[in-house]
Design a protein around this ligand. Structure first.
Ligand code: ADP
Ligand code: MG
Length: 234
């Protein structure tokens, strides 16, 4: 267990609103090792994005614990969690979430600038290199609104990988793309994952895409529904 990058232990998430208590996640346990690939499938509203947010330390569980690199992030305050997250996790989303007033290169340089300790010239070189790697060497100074969805997702991937994350978390990364573009993006995700030896947690609606991961988890109404795949995983 101690070698596991990510351990989720008996995590539940409950929210309260005017209509009462709502259980979003119920007793979720899983683990992910270095370089492993895991997909999370399930109907809309089953709790996939909530689970991803908790695993990334963007959100806290109501009960249970999350360990990133052996560090218990469940007990940390937001600032501490943000530091651990920056060191471990890259994120890509369905709607890309690029910063509109920054160019492709500036978007990719941003996480390195936030991390600090890098010279501006090195940051620029690194950003340029990874944008070339994802096929956008000719789009360095484009703003997101002048790029196609596939190009924007490539920028988002470059931004996620530029800090050498240990885990890439992808929440329906092809959900806004046509089929052909989506499959090229997923090919790129798997290539980058191998090159950077990054583990992958992929949330997807698409069962074929899910099968490209070594382990596939199904979430139904906040619970893990399929144990067979998990057994081979543990
Ligand atoms: N902060 C919240 N407050 C109330 N309900 C929430 C909150 N976050 C998520 N939910 C609800 O929890 C369920 C799971 O949401 P989500 O994790 O986004 O599902 P998925 O990503 O599988 O579509 C949904 O019914 C959603 O409406
Ligand atoms: Mg979701």
């Amino acid at each position: 267990m101690s070698n596991d990058l990510l351990v989720v232990s008996n995590v539940s998430k409950t929210v309260e609103d005017v209509s009462g208590r709502l259980s979003i996640l119920i007793d979720i346990s899983l683990s992910l090792g270095v370089g492993q690939t895991l997909s999370v499938v399930g109907a809309s509203g089953s709790g996939k994005s909530t689970l991803l947010s908790i695993m990334a330390g963007l959100d806290a569980p109501t009960s249970g614990e999350v360990f990133l690199g052996g560090i218990n992030i469940s007990k940390m305050d937001e600032d501490e969690r943000a530091r651990v997250r920056a060191a471990y996790i890259g994120f890509v989303f369905q709607n890309f979430q690029l910063i509109e007033h920054l160019t492709a290169l500036e978007n990719v340089m941003l996480p390195l600038e936030i991390a600090g300790g890098n010279k501006d010239k090195d940051i620029r070189v690194k950003g340029t290199e990874i944008l070339r790697r994802v096929g956008l060497g000719e789009r360095l100074h484009h703003y997101p609104r002048f790029m196609s969805g596939g190009e924007q997702q490539r920028v988002a991937l470059a931004r996620a990988f530029v800090v050498n994350p240990k885990i890439l978390m992808a929440d329906e990364p092809t959900g806004s793309l046509d089929h052909a573009t989506g499959s090229r993006i997923m090919d790129l995700v798997f290539e980058l994952n191998r090159e950077y030896q990054t583990a992958l947690v992929l949330v997807t609606h698409d069962p074929l895409l899910a099968k490209r991961c070594a382990v596939s988890l199904t979430i139904e109404e906040g619970r893990i529904a399929n144990s067979p795949a998990l057994k081979s995983f543990e």
